[in-house]
Each structure stands twice: as C-alpha cells, then as structure tokens.
Ligand binder design. Structure first.
Ligand SMILES: Nc1ncnc2c1ncn2[C@@H]1O[C@H](COP(=O)(O)OP(=O)(O)O)[C@@H](O)[C@H]1O
Ligand SMILES: [Mg+2]
Length: 251
C-alpha cells in the first residue's frame, strides 16, 4: 500500500537518512525503534512532506511521487492520505478539544461545519474524551491532550497515521491511556507507522518492527524475531540497553 524507497536527507554536511526503504501494507502496524538521533523523526517528516527529502520515492497505492521534486498538487494528495501524531501534541491552545479536531476537516478538507462537528465528536468519543469536547488544552492532562492529537488524526480518516514518539513527553502514569487508545485504533485495522520506545506496544501490537541506526535500517522483521532472535550486533546492543535483562525469556 505504501512504499517509501531510497530516501536520502542531509542537514548541512551530515547525511541523516542514507537510503531508507520501507514497505507498509494496509492494516500493518509498523514500529520503528532506534537510538536518539538515528533519523526516525526525519523519516516520518519526509514521508509527510513536513521536511523535503533530497531523494526518494513514495508509492502510495496507484500514486508514485518523487519526494524531492513533488508538485504542490502531489504533496497535497499525499498529505490527504496521511495524518501525523506529534510528540508534543501540537494542539492549538486557544481552541477547544473539538475545535482542534474539526479545524483540519473544515479548513483543510472543506467539510461543512455541522458535518465536521459530527465527525469530530465521534473521533473524541473513540479516544474516551466524550466529556471533554469543550475543554481547552490547558484544562487537559498530557495524556488527554495526546488523545485529542490522536482523535484529530483519526477524524481525517487517512490511509496511514504516522506517530512520532506519541508517549515520550508524558508522565509515566499517563502513558498507558495513550497506548490503550493506539491499540484500540490498531484493532480497527488502521494502518500505523509508529516511532516509539514502548517495547510492550511493539511486542503486543506491531506486526513488524524496524530497527534504525545511523540513518539506515539495520534490521526488520516480526516483533518476536527481532526481540528474541536479533541477527545484527547493533540491534542486540540496542535491545540490551532498552529491554529488561530477562526479557528474552518471557517473550
Ligand atoms: N531541521 C534540522 N536541522 C539540522 N539538523 C537536524 C534537523 N532535524 C534533525 N536534525 C539532526 O538529524 C539527526 C536525526 O534527527 P532525528 O530525525 O530527530 O532523529 P531521531 O528522531 O531518531 O532521534 C540529529 O542529529 C538531528 O540533530
Ligand atoms: Mg525523534
């Protein structure tokens, strides 16, 4: 359904993405793991044209777009198929939860307001925020704000949702509610590409895990294989650092 091929991106003299190719089928939940600075955020941002790649292609169903030379029209078309969930939520502080969700529908998608409100409420219900339509971000916990961020993505009904470390800005006790919502939308068959350090999510929800380091994909495979039988030394080292010592035995 989505294939990103041979994507390159440099900032100044340093090449951050060195030819990354990634294939995602409809309904897949693909988790990207990797140390800080390995290019995970840059990869997601290039897929969504928040950043312009130096080279690379996106095959999106029938569409084939050059990530460097895409026209405005092509960029718009790809953006319509994707939604982004940010590490720091990126909500409008002067808008209510519902307005945050409907904004993109009304302005971006030109959906009539009454219809957008219906869709927006449904999306907020889905993430457990039925009571919070009219709350402003400052009146919501971090976990609730991120759930608004997820509702905003879901409301757009994209082909794929890109998540960039959606729980890493949260206090530990708030991580669970966000992961539960993500698990729930995965169960609906939503195609998801998720950068996260939450190994339990990778293990329980993903059907594919990609390990990135230094701007390349070092290893990819089923979660079970990556976690209990990693092939590459760099993957082993990373997992040793992030997993509890006895992890391999209870997987
Ligand atoms: N806009 C930018 N300008 C310059 N350097 C950047 C920019 N964005 C990211 N980088 C650099 O690219 C590298 C990879 O960043 P990033 O994609 O955020 O990694 P990750 O998400 O895996 O931690 C880092 O060294 C970072 O400093
Ligand atoms: Mg990042």
């Amino acid at each position: 359904m989505l294939e990103i091929s041979k994507i390159h991106k440099s900032f100044g003299k340093s090449e951050i993405l060195k030819g990354v190719t990634i294939k995602i089928d409809k309904g897949d939940v693909v988790v990207i793991l990797g140390p800080s600075g390995s290019g995970k955020t840059t990869l997601l941002r290039c897929i969504n044209f928040l950043e312009k790649a130096d080279a690379g292609e996106a095959h999106f169903g029938e569409m084939r777009v050059n990530l460097n030379t895409a026209s405005k029209k092509e960029i718009q078309a790809i953006r319509k198929k994707t939604a982004f969930v940010f590490q720091n939520y990126n909500l409008f502080n002067n808008k209510t939860a519902l307005e945050n969700v409907t904004e993109g529908l009304i302005i971006g998608r030109k959906i009539p307001k009454a219809e957008a409100i219906k869709i927006g409420k449904k999306a907020l219900d889905k993430v457990g925020l039925r009571e919070k339509y009219d709350s402003y971000p400052s009146q919501l916990s971090g976990g609730q704000q991120q759930r608004v961020g997820i509702a905003r993505a879901v409301a757009l009904n994209p082909d794929i949702i890109l998540f960039d470390e959606p729980t890493s800005a949260l206090d530990p006790e708030l991580v669970g509610e966000v992961l539960a919502v993500m698990k729930n939308i995965a169960k609906d068959g939503t195609t998801m590409l998720v950068v996260t350090h939450e190994m339990s999510f990778a293990k329980d929800v993903a059907n594919k895990v990609v390990f990135m380091d230094g701007g390349v994909i070092v290893e990819e495979g089923a979660p079970k294989d990556i976690f209990s039988n990693p092939k590459e030394e760099r993957t082993k080292q990373f997992l040793r650092r992030v997993l509890p010592e006895d992890y391999i035995y209870y997987i």
